[in-house]
Design a protein around this ligand. Structure first.
Ligand SMILES: Nc1ncnc2c1ncn2[C@@H]1O[C@H](COP(=O)(O)OP(=O)(O)OP(=O)(O)O)[C@@H](O)[C@H]1O
Ligand SMILES: [Mg+2]
Length: 434
């Protein structure tokens, strides 16, 4: 269970997210509250539930970015879904429950990666070598088994034993294949499934060592999964899970609705409600209870208001935060301040070609200003505009970087103005700032 204090969470978020102080604080509190609930006595624990968050704000101001960073910082099982992708139970399409199934799968993959396959690899190799040694012992006496073991391991690593045959026993159930599929050890599952389509229990089957090692590795992964992973996945999701539901405003329904489309949106809200209220979803890892999962919903709410959601669902998102539109100052900061900021990313990429690009202060200011004006003039895409501007700005350099002989290029305001031609740039900026 995550022990980070709200201040620690906010200061970590500050490394990546510019502004949006209120949202960062609310999220930090929500996360800490979960830890607080976890530390309560059993009786009161049942009574208090995490308070879910609704983030409201225009596009490209950091709603998704905050949630994504939060998940990384806190190392929590995290899933981002789009509300519009779901249909209510009984209709064709994705059902709300799939959120928990997908969350469980991605958590499993992360846990698996962390637990590393090195241990499994070692165990599998040991098994193979032991079979080989037994075979040798049958034929002649060996004095120094350790020495033979070392040589065989080396040969195995060099691939010299790949095509030698050994006899192994193995036993897979049909359901194991399903789990193995999720362990996704390269493409071998398909091969193995094909090989053993009709029989999952093999005794004394003679196969090539390169195939035997694949099978034994899978067997060991499965053992580890059964022993450790299931519990870990369920505990981690139940205690630390975060579900981010984007575009929740798109499943709102108008007050005077009279078409099926809108009725169905309400159906999705009801399904979502049962998940948010707390229920148990049966996944292939076991039952997962959603009581303590933190739900963060987000939407622009251009055409609808949060009060257009069904009242029960509104009630389950008691913390409503409005995110602020970003101004030129924010854009300037977004360009340079976050860890791996946009500018840093481009600089690093181009440097691989031996070319330094340097941005002057005025250059950066002009990029920020252009983004702001373009957003006001055309569609407002928030900070996403910075991505498109930089792409245009550096297109030529990017295309030719490998053959540019200079070692340094300076991006100043002149360069920016030349590349980003904005008719309205000459207009009075105050008009937009007002
Ligand atoms: N406050 C911010 N600080 C740092 N970067 C930001 C901020 N807001 C947006 N960005 C940048 O803009 C990109 C888009 O932001 P994000 O995905 O969070 O938008 P959003 O608010 O979720 O918009 P939408 O409503 O369209 O989903 C991010 O990947 C990030 O690079
Ligand atoms: Mg988003």
């Amino acid at each position: 269970m995550l022990k980070m204090t709200p201040q620690e969470i906010v200061s970590k978020l500050n490394l990546y997210i510019i502004g949006q102080k209120k949202a960062k604080r609310a999220i930090a509190i929500a996360l800490r509250n979960r830890w607080r609930i976890f530390n309560l006595k059993k009786k009161s624990k049942k009574e208090i539930r995490p308070k879910n968050i609704l983030m409201i704000g225009p596009t490209g101001v950091g709603k998704t970015e905050i949630a994504r960073r939060l998940a990384k910082i806190s190392n929590s099982p995290f899933i981002k879904v789009e509300a519009t992708k779901f249909t209510e139970v009984g209709y064709v399409g994705k059902e709300i429950d799939s959120i928990i199934h997908d969350l469980a799968d991605s958590t499993f993959n992360i846990i698996k990666k962390k637990n590393n396959n090195i241990k499994i690899k070692k165990i599998s190799e040991k098994k193979i070598i032991n079979i080989l040694i037994k075979k040798i012992i049958k034929k002649k006496k060996i004095k120094n088994i350790k020495f033979i073991y070392k040589i065989l391991i080396q040969k195995l690593h060099n691939g010299e034993l790949n095509n030698k045959k050994i006899k192994i026993n193995f036993k897979f159930k049909k359901i194991d294949f399903e789990i193995i599929n999720y362990t996704n050890i390269k493409k071998t599952t398909n091969e193995i499934q094909k090989m053993f389509k009709n029989f999952y229990n093999i005794k004394n089957k003679e196969i090539k060592i390169k195939n035997a090692i694949k099978i034994i590795t899978k067997e060991e992964t499965l053992k580890l999964f059964k022993k450790n992973y299931k519990k870990k996945i369920i505990n981690d999701i139940e205690q630390n899970g975060i579900v981010f539901i984007d575009e929740i405003d798109k499943i709102c329904r108008s007050q005077n609705y009279n078409n099926n489309f809108e009725i169905s949106r309400e159906g999705v809200q009801r399904d979502l409600l049962s998940l948010v209220e707390g229920c148990t979803v049966l996944t292939k890892y076991g039952n997962i209870n959603t009581d303590n999962i933190l739900f963060i919903a987000s939407g622009a709410f251009h055409s609808y208001k949060p009060s257009d959601l069904i009242p029960e669902l509104q009630g389950r998102f008691p913390i409503q935060i409005k995110l602020k539109p970003l101004n030129i100052k924010d854009f300037k900061k977004i360009l340079i301040e976050p860890k791996f900021s946009l500018i840093e990313q481009y600089k690093k990429l181009i440097l691989t070609e031996g070319l330094n690009i340097e941005f002057t202060k005025c250059g950066i200011y002009n990029i920020a200003k252009s983004a702001f004006i373009l957003n006001k003039t055309y569609e407002n895409t928030g900070a996403r505009r910075l991505h498109t501007i930089l792409e245009n700005l550096l297109e030529e350099i990017s295309y030719n970087a490998n053959k540019i002989t200079n070692t340094k290029i300076i991006i100043d305001s002149k360069y920016v103005k030349k590349k980003i031609k904005i008719k309205t740039i000459k207009e009075d900026l105050n008009k937009f700032i007002l």
